[in-house]
Design a protein around this ligand. Structure first.
Ligand SMILES: NC(=O)c1ccc[n+]([C@@H]2O[C@H](COP(=O)([O-])OP(=O)(O)OC[C@H]3O[C@@H](n4cnc5c(N)ncnc54)[C@H](O)[C@@H]3O)[C@@H](O)[C@H]2O)c1
Ligand SMILES: [Zn+2]
Ligand SMILES: [Zn+2]
Length: 345
């Protein structure tokens, strides 16, 4: 089968690989129908993710058809159409029993990281019963690819952890696919003001169409000043960090209002200064989270009922044999205006 393989920092190739096989009775083999590329795949290619070894098939998002199941799989059958979760969970360990699938001691974020991933014609999914979701008949499958990772990430790490409330003022720093997923799902809670911050005018224009009430281009480094101005000097109740660099986290520290929450989503590779000398008396909270994908069933219902339309995040379509072009397009988002690139296997 064809698969996109990581060959070490800066190197990847589309090559022929053997078909995955059932290795444990709880496994399923999925024939991939559609997959996509995540910002985290670019982090791996930069060499930022040491757990991902050379020779690994990348990808942790996608939908497909069940091709084979192990003897212990009861919830899925050959031919079922499924969403693959980016998080594999055994459903039995202490963390899984607490709904913290991302910290599953037998799984977690292993797909396209510690085990071969979804950017291939077939993938082996461990703990299939608790790591796959049924696709309802007649569903728009393109939209459902966004449920593997980005929608639950924006919702769980940003909106739920940030306790977005009716009438609240929120800022989302970073208008990439994750920040936009937070923007879409924040609207379940009817915040009064949603301020989006980025340096990319195209992404900011999109944010306006997706429901942002104020957009701020931070190219001049004056986002904090502008946010304080539009909030009457008060700041925001929820500051969602959706970039993963020190500057964007510090922006959140500077704009959080008394009683507010900084909800970090970004993957940070270097240390960030925490200004407790300014924050200690502001009654704030800081949250961090690796996406658990516990909200996937809930989000699936909101997509089915047209409360949200995550398909709007898809900007480009490719076939699997052009996946290297898809990486080039996704990696040059500032030039290509790419958000999510959909790859058909
Ligand atoms: N916590 C989790 O479980 C989890 C899951 C998936 C992704 N992530 C992380 O979420 C982050 C966002 O992902 P993405 O795919 O949307 O990334 P992305 O790189 O596509 O988007 C980031 C955006 O931030 C903007 N930006 C950069 N510096 C900025 C600054 N100082 N102020 C304002 N905007 C700035 C960029 O222009 C870009 O549009 C990444 O760090 C990713 O690794 C976390
Ligand atoms: Zn991802
Ligand atoms: Zn577990």
């Amino acid at each position: 089968m064809k698969a996109l393989v990581y060959l070490g920092p800066g190197k990847k190739t589309l090559e022929d690989r053997p078909m995955p096989q059932i290795a444990a009775p709880t496994d399923a083999i999925i024939k991939i129908v559609k997959t996509t590329i995540c910002g985290t795949d670019l982090h791996i290619l930069k060499g930022d993710v040491p757990t991902c070894a050379r020779g690994r098939i990348l990808g942790h998002e996608g939908i497909g058809v069940v091709d084979k199941v192990g003897g212990a799989v009861t919830a899925f059958h050959v031919g079922d159409r499924v969403i693959v979760s980016c998080i594999s969970s055994c459903g039995k360990c202490d963390y899984c029993r607490r709904g913290m699938y991302s910290h599953c001691v037998n799984g977690g974020w292993i797909l396209g990281n510690k085990i071969d991933g979804t950017q291939a014609e077939f993938v082996r999914i461990p703990f299939a019963d608790t790591s796959l979701y049924h696709i309802p008949a007649g569903a728009d499958e393109d939209a459902l690819v966004m449920l593997s990772d980005i929608l639950p990430t924006g919702f769980e790490c940003g909106v739920l952890n940030g306790k977005v409330q009716p009438g609240s003022t929120i800022a989302i720093v970073g208008a990439g696919p994750i920040g936009l997923a937070a923007l879409l799902t924040a609207q379940f809670y009817s915040p009064a003001e949603v301020i989006m911050v980025d340096m990319d005018d195209n992404r900011l224009q999109l944010s306006s169409r997706f429901g942002a009430t104020t957009i701020i281009n931070n190219k001049d480094g004056r986002a904090v000043e502008k946010i304080m101005k539009v909030t009457g000097g008060r700041g925001v109740d929820t500051a969602i960090e959706a970039v993963g660099v020190p500057a964007s986290f510090i922006t959140c520290e500077d704009i959080v209002a008394p009683g507010g929450i900084i909800a970090n989503i970004g993957v940070h590779g270097v240390k960030v200064d925490l200004h407790l000398e300014r924050l200690w008396d502001r009654n704030i909270a800081i949250t961090t989270r690796l996406v658990d994908t516990v909200t996937t069933p809930l989000l699936l219902k909101t997509v089915q009922s047209h409360r949200i339309d995550p398909k709007r995040l898809i900007t480009h379509h490719f076939k699997l044999d052009k996946i290297v072009d898809a990486y080039d397009t996704f990696g040059a988002a500032a030039k290509t205006n790419a958000l999510k690139v959909l790859i058909e296997a």
